[in-house]
Design a protein around this ligand. Structure first.
Ligand code: SF4
Length: 375
């Protein structure tokens, strides 16, 4: 199983409960951003280009608990920023686990080994380690030599102490599908519970604007990677969402599926866009013009998006929407090899070399300085 049975059961009963209540729009995962500071400066990141006075701010544990209770989701994801830089991250995780929330804390793992003592292993808690591919690719992607080795060392240390560990991988244009497949083998060998993979979103603020994938290129890349799948690979994703990435089915975006709370409040409409903020979750749901978002809306900011924060909830909603959805999900889960000769041919195409590294704006250097002075 890619997730413990108790987690799958909790999510299934939650979604069915929402449907029985007739809720047209319900959230699935609360995206909690307790800070924007980071100890990396990835070229594809849209979160760390804030001025220093914003990067110094953080949510208190009480603010985190209030937001999660407001949304009422069974799962919480903590991206960032780098959550391990939050001075009270141990308390935040402990409080969420006490509330029986299934928590995925994203981390680049640079500090994981030295901060493991802040956490206790629990079925409710998983580290979701950001690794973008094999050693060379990951180091290139996060603009940090040695980042891969430190991340893997952190993963091994967490696994040895009995923690749940998953990975999350963002793919950009130029990703070598053979290398990504070899990376999946590596992570399974290291012993992670499961892997999450998605295309990067075209953040306007990201320093590198050249390497974001359009939808057609995303589908082609994911078809080559996820077809002819090895049986041992475990993915931490709704299997229908993976079929969506491979171009095998289409979904409309569910922007309210993973609502985001940060130091600014509830972000409209989704994790990726910032079209204003709401003070309460209720206000977010009632005051957002949802029809203005999603690829079909014609909103240019949504044109190329296939990110899980918008579309994974669509897959989950489809799964529990009918017997057909349940059957298709079961089929995708248990016979998930996806033999595809055309996809094998794609793997034989020559890989593109990396383009030169993007120069990160000097403000980003300031992020590291801020982190060093505040931790
Ligand atoms: S398509 Fe993407 S960017 Fe647009 S609302 Fe959905 S998740 Fe947000």
């Amino acid at each position: 199983m890619a997730v413990p049975i108790s987690q799958a059961w909790t999510v299934a009963t939650y979604v069915l409960g929402q449907k029985m209540k007739g809720r047209k729009r319900y959230p699935l995962v609360t995206m909690l951003e307790p800070l924007y500071r980071c100890n990396l400066a990835c070229a594809g990141c849209g979160k760390i280009q804030y001025p220093a006075h914003i990067l110094k701010q953080e949510l208190s544990p009480e603010e985190c608990f209030r937001a999660v209770e407001e949304a009422g989701t069974p799962m919480v994801a903590i991206p960032g920023g780098e959550p391990l830089l939050h001075p009270r991250i141990g308390e935040i995780i402990e409080g969420l686990v006490a509330r029986k929330k299934y928590v995925y804390m994203c981390t680049n793992a640079l500090l994981l080994k030295e901060k493991l003592h802040l956490f206790k292993p629990s079925k409710y808690f998983s580290f979701s380690v950001h690794v973008d591919g094999q050693r060379e690719h990951h180091d290139f992607s996060v603009c940090r030599e040695g980042g891969y080795d430190i991340a893997v060392e952190g993963i091994r240390a967490a696994l040895a102490k009995g923690f749940r560990v998953t990975t999350n991988t963002t793919l950009f244009d130029g990703a070598d599908p053979n290398s990504v497949r070899a990376f999946f083998d590596e992570m399974m060998e290291v012993g992670v519970e499961s892997m999450m993979v998605a295309p990067g979103y075209t953040y306007e603020k990201a320093p590198d604007q050249k390497h974001f994938l359009g939808r057609a290129r995303s589908r082609r890349l994911f078809r080559s990677i996820l077809s002819n799948r090895k049986k041992g690979w475990r993915f931490n994703a709704n299997p229908l969402y993976l079929e969506f990435l491979m171009g095998k089915r289409d979904f409309r975006c569910t922007p309210w599926g993973m609502p985001t709370y940060s130091i600014f409040g509830w972000q409209k409409p989704c994790y990726l866009l910032q079209d204003g903020y709401a003070d309460t979750f209720k206000e977010l749901m009632e005051a957002t013009e949802w029809a203005n978002y999603g690829t079909e809306s014609g909103n240019p900011k949504c044109a190329n998006c296939m990110v899980h924060s918008g579309y994974e909830a669509s897959g989950v909603n489809y799964t529990f929407g009918s017997l057909k959805g349940l059957w298709e999900t079961a089929k995708a889960t248990f016979s998930s090899v996806y033999p595809d000769k055309g996809a094998l041919d794609l793997l034989n195409e020559p890989a593109k070399p990396h383009a030169p590294l993007v120069q990160i704006h000097t403000a980003t250097t300031h992020v590291r300085e801020t982190e060093e002075t505040t931790v």
